[in-house]
Design a protein around this ligand. Structure first.
Ligand SMILES: *Cc1c(COP(=O)(O)O)cnc(C)c1O
Length: 433
């Protein structure tokens, strides 16, 4: 497998380079040179394969021998160790629950798989990798859980003191082992500034092998294609063409779906669902792409004004808006509509959906109204208890927090308090790693 940068298709990188670098130096994004079509025999018989077997077969075709089969098998089994069940609301509306991992959101798939790949590519290197992550709350939890106890890798998470929720803080500060938390007396921007400075500091980089767990690392995208196959497999009646509806912010999840389609999964259409941060739906209508600052909403993991994976989407469609609109429809919804969506799903189907999933539900409904011969799978990207305040206020109903998160409440927080000056932070890293 070789990868190129979306900004330069002449130069190629190995999977190892792409995963360990995260981003090419030219500020493009890594893309696979080839996304191979999988054997028809495999796609026609998905029912005969477990989720892990599906993931393994996809990797085998995509990586083309970069990782020996035995290693690849255990890598995949370590990464994909929770389920992605489909729940049908009625015969044409299905919900793919992607929140059965440790941090209750789909980002667990990407984080775990990236951890396994980084660890694999760092094997035999006697210097451990130290991953620096600044978080405003959410991604940190997925990264911490994803890298927990991964061989040869240490993780340092910087979070702004007092600015993350109690449960989020517990997710960052109670794991221990190879995960360390730094509680920064400052803002998220201060955390990010410290991390940025660390990567530029020559002395520090000689002493410690630093890397990032960038959200646009190709290792996070690849595993997100697995569950499109897993979802398709679970639809019993495939006589109606299948549409995937993806609540989107940075469009990583949707791009992974485009990979799945290229691999031969019979996906009839994609629906890009956004909140009022709608630069992509706008592009699909007008052909004009206008990135801009984001506006806050109740589906805040999708508050993105300049989606980073849009460059990958353009690349896949050779920058043709017409080709893109042949396969992707876009819809946007306001917070008020989103709340109505949460209520409707509960009243009609007795199912509690989170605000991101609700945006997906509404987009799916709008699309099926215009395309009544199809059926839709909505990606439910987070467990409703992650947005418990909003969901409980809207439904006047109690939302249960899953056991794996609820037990964190009683665990002891362990974090090192630091200020926003760089030198003490640098000394802390050099002293500890
Ligand atoms: C990150 C996130 C999204 C957006 O996913 P992208 O791949 O960035 O489009 C949607 N919902 C939830 C809950 C998320 O955490």
């Amino acid at each position: 497998m070789k990868l190129y940068s979306t900004k330069n298709k002449e130069q190629f990188f190995s999977l190892q380079e792409a995963v360990l670098k995260g981003l090419p130096d030219d500020n493009g994004l890594f893309m696979p040179e080839e996304i191979p079509e999988l054997p028809k025999e495999f796609i026609d018989n998905l029912e005969n394969y477990s989720f892990q077997e599906i993931a393994f077969i996809i990797c085998k075709h995509l990586f083309k021998g970069v990782i020996p089969e035995n290693d690849l098998k255990s890598l995949v089994e370590n990464a994909i160790n929770f389920t992605a069940p489909v729940v049908s609301l009625d015969e044409n509306i299905h919900v793919l629950e992607l929140f059965h991992g440790p941090s209750l959101a789909f980002k667990d798939f990407g984080a775990r798989f990236m951890a396994q790949l980084m660890s694999y590519f760092n094997r035999g290197n006697d210097r451990e990798l130290v991953i620096l992550v600044a978080t405003s709350g959410d991604t940190g939890g997925a990264v911490a859980a994803g890298f927990y106890k991964t061989l040869g890798i240490k993780v340092v998470i910087l979070y702004p003191s007092g600015k993350v929720s109690d449960l989020q803080e517990k997710q960052l500060t109670t794991l221990g082992h190879n995960i360390a938390a730094l509680e920064v007396e400052g803002t998220f921007d201060d955390c990010q500034a410290l991390v940025k400075k660390a990567f530029l500091d020559k002395e520090l980089n000689r002493a410690v092998r630093l890397t990032s767990a960038n959200s646009i690392n190709i290792a996070r995208l690849i595993p997100q294609s697995f569950y499109y196959f897993e979802a398709y497999k679970q639809i019993k009646n495939k006589s109606k063409p299948i549409v995937f509806t993806v609540p989107s912010g940075n469009f990583g999840n949707l791009t992974a779906g485009l990979f799945a389609k290229k691999m031969g999964l019979p996906i009839a259409h994609f629906v890009a669902a956004t909140n009022i941060n709608d630069v992509v739906p706008e592009y699909l209508e007008s052909g004009i792409y206008t990135p801009r600052p984001s506006s806050p909403t109740i589906s805040n993991a999708m508050d993105v004004g300049a989606p980073s994976n849009f460059a990958r989407m353009l690349d896949l469609y050779c920058s043709s808006k017409n080709v893109m609109t042949d396969e992707i429809a876009g819809y946007r919804f306001t917070d008020e509509e989103t709340r109505q969506g949460i209520k409707e799903v509960f009243d009609k189907y007795n199912y509690i959906i989170d605000p991101h999933g609700a945006v997906g539900y509404l987009a799916n409904k709008a699309f099926l109204k215009e395309n009544p011969t199809m059926q839709g799978i909505i990606l439910e990207t987070a467990h409703p208890s992650k947005f418990i305040g909003e969901v409980e206020d809207t439904l006047k109903t109690k939302v249960d927090i899953p056991e794996r998160l609820a037990i964190l409440k009683d665990k002891e927080k362990e974090a090192t308090s630091i200020g926003i000056e760089f030198n003490p932070f640098k000394s802390w890293i050099m002293g500890n790693y």
